[in-house]
Design a protein around this ligand. Sequence first.
Ligand SMILES: [Zn+2]
Length: 134
Amino acid sequence: MNFSWKAMWNYKCPRCKEGDMYKKPFEFTDPLKMHKRCEKCNLHFEPEPGFYFGALIISYGISSWMLLLPTLALVLYYDWSVNSAMLVTLLLAGSTYFTILRLSRSIYLHVSMRYDKSLENSQNAGDKYDNTIF
Ligand SMILES: [Zn+2]
């Protein structure tokens, strides 16, 4: 498997690790503005319509645990009031919203790309990867 945490965290292409997934510069009005294909290796970033619906589950999982654990720690361990803990939770949610939104798509794309070692000597680089999810 040709998986790279660094490429996933930096929103790079899962195949070549060089091309950017998202268009630059970042726009608040369209934070998920992606390239259709990788600029370096031509990998299709949306293999099928609705491909990134699965990223919602990843986003939900990350944000819920990331917000729940500090909130519980503040209330139960540090004896903060619930209102104060909720304020911190809302600030944390607001400040990490775009990062988690984009990161969940990156994680989903990187996890769903499988490297097929049997096709390693293929002339076409695209043959080496199975773009199906399961
Ligand atoms: Zn690429």
